[in-house]
Design a binder for this molecule. Structure first.
Ligand code: AKG
Length: 400
């Protein structure tokens, strides 16, 4: 699985360059490709299967958006840029209350680093008697230090700022990337800078701050087609169009979104690994309240099978997306995105459509939505993120 036979974190192959074509044994096939008018492809999308559409003019007016055109026309900004690197990760650590790179952990089997805090109440010692006791809590006395590794400089693992503020045990989170705002010119300087020291990823929702020419190109998108398909596919309204400008080797690690996504590639190529929602148990998402909600805890390049044994069963599809292609990423489908070149892309995020009649058996994506709701409701009732894990274990362990 890892092309580095000794395992260990992903290493640059030479300064600032990463292997973007790592062979993964879990890739079981390719996402099918159809011309944008092919009814078979359109039907697959309606049924919420990933598809690459070719030959579409949806964003034809943006095919000319290269770095020099954007520099000339995109306007003053500011633009949202994620930074990852030597300088920024130190800033991130000192800016974040989760600054410690070392967390307390116990070897209690019910425990993982995301639902754990120093004074947690697994131990049945009677502290906080309103809490439910769990078995096997002797391990609490055998706390050991677990080092939290920084992610490799090319991994842009998104986090939710609001959830970070609300996180009760900050030591379960490590901030590797910093979200900043800057002019396009400053971004470009970093983009062209030394990638072994700092990496950047512009991710800016297109809004009314863009210059007139970009706005005109945007208005020129094939909106009638987009609206017709939105209706045909039963999707909710468009929520945003994110402009993404990434460096070769940058990775958006495995996560899912709660929106339908038409991902339009403008420049360069990307490699997507797509996992159906049925892979939930293999990909070990963080708890819903965690800043890394919707992200997998598993490092695909260096999986820890002791912590994540079901990852052995994971199965994905692969999609190589080139300029002019549109990849449909269905809601709740996991995606791990590798920039195989410097890239420019724009996505169309849509809300889910209104619920039609529910059919049984439920689909995997509906079960994921249900799991999220149960987690949220329980936490709302308990008001204690550690207690949530205890209650969930009490419900399940040794019973089902
Ligand atoms: O292109 C990327 O790096 C991430 C794209 C993504 O995750 C999305 O559009 O949902």
């Amino acid at each position: 699985m890892n092309n580095d036979e000794d395992g260990g974190p992903r290493q640059p192959i030479h300064d600032g360059e990463f292997d973007v074509w790592t062979k993964y044994s879990f890739i079981k096939g390719q996402v099918p490709k159809f011309h944008c008018n092919d009814p078979v492809g359109l039907r697959l999308i309606e049924e919420q299967n990933p598809v690459i559409l070719t030959g579409s003019d949806l964003v034809a007016t943006a095919f000319k958006w290269d770095l020099s055109y954007l520099t000339e026309h995109i306007g003053q900004g500011p633009f949202a840029v994620f930074c990852h690197g030597v300088s920024t990760s130190n800033d991130a650590l000192s800016a974040s209350p989760s600054a410690s790179t070392t967390v307390q952990s116990c070897s209690c089997p019910q425990n993982n680093r995301n639902n754990h805090k120093d004074n947690h109440n697994h131990n049945g010692n009677g502290q906080g008697s309103s809490k439910i006791k769990c078995e096997g809590d002797d391990s609490l006395n055998k706390k050991k230090k677990v080092k939290m590794e920084s992610t490799s400089i090319n991994i842009f693992k998104y986090f939710d700022d609001k959830k970070l503020q609300a996180l009760q045990d900050k030591s379960t989170f490590q901030q590797d990337i910093v979200r900043t705002e800057m002019s396009f010119e400053d971004f470009l300087n970093k983009f062209k800078g030394d990638r072994s020291k700092e990496r950047v990823y512009l991710q800016q929702p297109l809004n009314n701050t863009v210059g007139r020419q970009i706005a005109a190109d945007f208005v020129g998108f094939n909106w009638p087609w987009a609206m017709e398909k939105q209706k045909e596919w039963g999707w909710g309204p468009l929520t945003s169009n994110l402009l993404l400008i990434g460096q070769k080797g940058n990775i958006t690690p495995c996560h899912y979104d709660e929106q339908q996504n038409l991902f339009c590639q403008l420049q360069g190529s990307k490699r997507f690994l797509l996992f159906s929602p049925a892979n939930f148990r293999c990909l070990y998402p963080y708890p819903v309240h965690h800043p890394h909600d919707r992200q997998s805890q598993v490092d695909l390049d260096n999986p820890d099978f002791d912590r994540f044994p079901n990852f052995r069963q994971v199965e994905s599809l692969e999609a190589i997306v080139n300029p002019g292609d549109i990849l449909y990423i269905p809601m709740y489908w996991w995606h791990h995105v590798i920039n195989s070149e410097d890239t420019i892309a724009i996505n169309f995020w849509h809300k889910a459509g209104p619920n039609t009649q529910i059919e049984y058996p439920l689909k995997s994506r509906q079960k994921v939505a249900m799991i999220r709701n149960v987690e949220k409701m329980l936490l709302e009732a308990l008001q204690d993120q550690d207690e949530l894990a205890n209650v969930l274990h009490c419900m399940v362990d040794g019973r089902f």
